[in-house]
Design a protein around this ligand. Structure first.
Ligand code: MOS
Length: 744
């Protein structure tokens, strides 16, 4: 057999890697054509009120400035059908740029200046004068907690917290050991390397080709069709490469609307790229304040879990994420009460950010578990094993698979957890206090409906496509492996296409469901081709496969072999030549087997072990060692899988110690809107990271058995770090990020 004949499970390097490192990969703002116009967004400066007057005369007087779009002069467009929601929209009324004079949040786009060059547009934008009538704004969650409300039922498909079970408050009162604490997490903003941008190429026939930074080309295509009332073939959206997104590209962002508005009105090609500052003017991870109360018997058996979360949303949409449900799922406990409320602020609507909900909810729960372990005098790992949930008590269902115990065991061994002295401040390295902490992570394993097309050519080349995206996660690579594996062709002979709204239907790339959903479609499409080429192979004159069934053959090295007799085979090329076909094309729609899946709770799990060193005098924290043990089903590519977990750990480190969008309550504006003041980890902040995948078999989640690894890697990391800091210092900081002023 030839190279790469069974590529699934192999650490194949990124098939798009060369294009990316050599600059061949083009991003949304890099597409161009002669005569391309440049649009620059004028951002509003107040948080709430109305626009009294916009004076663009100075800007328009500059030669080369073509137009300044405002709410006063915007062309009429079909605008938003109120019933229309993009794929990731929560309930409410989506933000409509330049709709009227009302200001809903600071940084709201109030004008788009279009000029012949970027420099001219930037300068002209600085000359647009806006007068406002301000109204009092509320941009702080804490001061408005009394006004928190429970979001209604129909919230973007998300379930409300499960109903209470048992009598949590009573059981808590009676418990021998108790923890009752408040935890908080700040607003965080998505800061991908590539900022949001749209380049709209205006064809002579009026057809628009839009290069957008997005996690869902078809989501954007549908949005544009609806908003501008365009025929289906009137706009095509492309996004072959995405320079990171983390959820920021799940919804169409306002630069897309503005660029298309300008292109249609001026009948010219237009690019609108947001600045780093403007990246802080749309969705973000919402601030939360959470109470977790845990009650246990003196041996550490949980008697009560109460988890109440308050999170922010905007005044125009109810953004809902699952924060508290995990607390009824992760541990065995008969008395549980979960509560989730929102506070509406004069901010933009929050937006999914890597492991939305879980990353903040599990942080609070896993810190509280650590506090409980300390109070009860039980090892934190033992406490978790003692309360291990064999079943999902929220839904009263078994897990489709759950190798979390193996994560605990293997992770602890790799880390050396057994050598931990349980007493805080007991471990030292000179002036550095050493702390060891751990936490559990969990994320849902989801499958969405998706489709793919596969074309096998007579030369053995396989072309597969689906309108998904690759936000850096490795979609190109893993889909290539799935296709190559199914048809037994070398990965070098496979081309996978994505990021084009003309390709077969796919959901947005999010929720860690891409391998599960699109991968299943790729497998199915390739299996259909496989069946057809096998029929042709059987009919080849003197075929050794004439009497064989599909189950009795193996596809490898571009040939179809009789299983057990590998020398008896027919090549794909010969089969197709004899059959008189140049190519075989199949499209497949992979539909989740809900009847089977719904009988189970399907989740990926992790155990995260952390070592920190805290400078006793300075309060500085260094994360010197992390071991993350993951149970995520079958690992299709250990290299891209490991990279996902590494990225998650590093971001968890940022969440624990650095990241925070600081609101100036007077201005109602995020102040640190740049990467100098919004801190993210750099290489020097990152210690030794060790990722291990435990073996886990699951034939429920999808036909591939892979659970998705895009999000599980970040969940639990911040709690493990916070717990390690407590162990090092004896000081419990419950308010993220844990900056040195809080540690001292
Ligand atoms: Mo992820 S927050 O679903 O891109």
């Amino acid at each position: 057999m030839t190279k790469s004949s069974t590529p699934l499970g192999e650490p194949l390097g990124r098939v798009d890697g060369r294009a990316k490192v050599t600059g061949q990969a083009k991003y949304a703002a890099e597409f161009s054509e002669p005569g391309l116009l440049h649009g620059v967004v004028v951002s509003g400066t107040i948080a709430r009120g109305r626009i009294k007057k916009i004076d663009a005369s100075e800007a328009l007087a500059l030669p080369g400035v073509l137009h300044v779009f405002t709410h006063e002069n915007r062309p009429h467009v079909a605008w938003f059908d109120r019933s229309y929601r993009d794929e990731d929209a929560p309930s409410g009324s989506p933000f409509r740029p330049l709709y009227d004079d009302e200001i809903l949040f600071s940084g709201q786009p109030v004008a788009l200046v279009v000029a012949q060059t970027l420099e001219l547009a930037l300068h002209a934008a600085s000359l647009v004068r806006v007068e406002y009538k301000t109204q009092p704004h509320e941009t702080e969650l804490r001061s408005r907690r009394q006004e928190a409300y429970a979001p209604g039922k129909d919230k973007g498909g998300f379930e409300p917290p499960p109903k209470p079970r048992g009598h949590a408050d009573k059981a808590f009162e009676r418990a021998a050991v108790k923890v009752d604490a408040e935890y908080s997490t700040p607003v965080e903003h998505h800061n991908p390397m590539e900022m949001h941008a749209s380049t709209v190429l205006h064809g002579n026939d009026g057809v628009l080709t839009v290069h957008d930074k997005t996690q869902g080309v078809q989501n954007c295509q549908k949005y544009l069709s609806r908003v501008f009332n365009l025929p289906k073939d009137g706009v095509r959206v492309l996004s072959p490469f995405v320079g990171g997104a983390f959820g920021s590209g799940l919804r169409p962002q306002y630069q897309l609307f503005l660029a298309v508005l300008a292109a249609r009105e001026l009948k010219r090609s237009v690019r609108v790229a947001l600045t780093r500052q403007q990246m802080f003017t749309f969705g973000h991870r919402p601030e939360t304040v959470q109470r977790v109360a845990l009650g246990a018997s003196s041996d550490g058996t949980l008697q009560a879990i109460i988890h109440e979360a308050v999170a922010e949303t905007s005044r125009f949409e109810d953004y809902v994420e699952i924060i508290v449900n995990w607390s009824g799922l992760l541990y065995q406990c008969d008395n549980v009460r979960l509560d989730y409320k929102l506070v509406a602020l004069d901010n933009y609507t929050p937006l999914d950010m890597r492991a939305p909900g879980a990353v903040v909810g599990v942080y609070a729960l896993e810190c509280a578990m650590d506090e409980l372990a300390h109070k009860a005098g039980i090892d934190p790992l033992e406490l978790r094993l003692k309360n291990y949930a064999e079943r999902d008590q929220n839904e009263d269902k078994p897990f489709s698979s759950k190798e979390l115990r193996a994560c605990y065991r293997q992770g602890a061994e790799r880390f050396g957890w057994a050598g931990r002295n349980p007493t805080p401040r007991s471990m030292r390295d000179g002036k550095q206090l050493i702390g060891w902490g751990l936490a559990t992570g969990i994320w849902e394993a989801m499958q969405q409906q998706a489709s793919a097309r596969a074309v096998l050519s007579i030369d053995g080349r396989l072309t597969v496509g689906s309108a998904t995206s690759d936000i850096g996660t490795g979609t190109y690579t893993v889909m290539t492996q799935i296709a190559a594996d199914t048809l037994g062709v070398p990965v070098e002979d496979v081309t996978f296409s994505l990021g084009d709204s003309l390709l077969p239907t796919s959901p947005v790339e999010g929720g860690s469901w891409t391998v599960s959903s699109v991968g299943s479609a790729v497998k199915l499409a390739c299996e259909k081709v496989r069946a057809r080429v096998f029929e042709l192979a059987r009919k080849v004159e003197g075929s050794p496969l004439a009497k064989a069934s599909l189950e009795e053959v193996t596809f490898a090295g571009g040939r179809i072999h009789l299983s057990g007799e590998p020398s008896r085979s027919v090549s794909i090329t010969d089969a197709m030549r004899h059959g008189g076909v140049l190519s075989l094309e199949e499209e497949a729609l992979a539909i989740p087997n809900l009847a089977k899946q719904n009988q189970y709770t399907r989740c990926a799990h992790s155990a995260v072990f952390v070592e920190v060193k805290v400078d006793e005098a300075l309060g500085t924290v260094r994360v010197t060692r992390v071991v993350s043990a993951i149970a995520g089903g079958r690992v299709l590519n250990p290299q891209t899988a490991r990279s996902q977990i590494l990225g998650g750990i590093v971001w968890g480190l940022g969440m624990a110690l650095q990241e925070e969008s600081a609101m100036d309550p007077k201005l109602g504006r995020f102040m640190n809107h740049n990467l100098a003041e919004y801190h993210v980890p750099v290489n020097a902040d990152v210690g030794e990271l060790d990722v291990l995948f435990v073996e886990e078999h699951d034939d429920v989640v999808n036909p591939l058995g892979a659970k998705g690894l895009g999000e599980i890697g970040i969940v639990g990391v911040a709690a493990a770090i916070a717990n390690a800091i407590f162990h090092a210092t004896g000081k419990r900081v419950r308010d993220l990020p844990i900056t040195l002023d809080k540690v001292l």
